[in-house]
Design a protein around this ligand. Structure first.
Ligand code: SF4
Length: 238
């Protein structure tokens, strides 16, 4: 039961990603089609029964910080199991693109009103200290303020992963605001701002000063270029 830097969570649906050969896994990562592959795999061979080991949760990439949950989850609908697991780990399932796509394809439901839960309630199982990619970014770069206004995995997964891996260590000497998601509210400050993704096109074109990274999901090369222009010259992105 883990949070995942690109997909949001890795629990029931992404588990099937482990069934395909390594070279295919690398390919879908390289062409940025991880979430599409997850949905296709679950359509090709839907799970009959899902049992989730929730003794601990962790984040999918180092430092693999663990949180003790002492849970077991079970179900026959992978979309529902992932939805409940995401809620327990503090990730909003509405922001996870592969869950929305899976629901559209009829694989299962992420409608909490239609998911029947036995045993602990989500509120009883919830752990607020579960770590996500944005938490790792905030810790690594204290001067980078990420304003996440209900962005989906297309933004928070990709931008978060690109930001986290961009530099070996913290290089930011001044405050930088990174906005993503349709509800992101710009700060009232003269600090440098990067607006990520088409959801923020109206904010940018309404006159907000900053760098706009277009695309849905946003263009990562443009994002890296924007970061690089702010970093000292000796800390170029590899
Ligand atoms: S721009 Fe696209 S990828 Fe980013 S939050 Fe909006 S819908 Fe998601």
């Amino acid at each position: 039961m883990k949070t995942h830097h690109l997909a949001g969570v890795t629990v029931a649906m992404k588990n099937l990603y482990g069934l395909i050969p390594k070279e295919d896994k690398r390919l879908y990562h390289r062409i940025d089609r991880l979430e599409e592959a997850i949905v296709d795999l679950n359509m090709a061979r839907p799970s009959d029964l899902i049992i989730v080991d929730g003794t601990f949760s962790t984040h999918h990439i180092p430092p693999f910080e663990k949180q003790r949950l002492d849970l077991a989850l079970g179900g026959s609908d992978p979309v529902a199991v992932d939805t409940v697991a995401a809620k327990v780990m503090g990730v909003d399932p509405r922001t996870i693109r592969f869950l929305s796509w899976a629901e559209e394809k009829g694989i299962g439901t992420k409608d909490l009103g239609r998911i029947s839960i036995s045993g602990l309630s989500i509120g009883e199982a919830y752990r607020k200290d579960t770590v996500t990619i944005l938490d790792l970014c905030r810790r690594k770069y204290p001067r980078v303020k990420i304003i996440d206004g209900q962005s989906c995995t297309g933004c928070f997964g990709r931008i978060g992963t690109a930001l986290y891996g961009a530099f070996k260590e913290d290089v930011f000497k001044e405050d930088l605001y990174i906005l993503m998601g349709p509800k992101a509210i710009p700060p009232k400050t003269g600090a440098y701002i990067i607006l990520c993704g088409n959801c923020l096109a109206p904010t940018f074109y309404n006159g907000l000063k900053g760098t706009f990274i277009p695309g849905c999901p946003p263009d990562l090369k443009e994002f890296r270029r924007a970061l690089e222009s702010l970093a000292p010259s000796e800390t170029k992105i590899p």
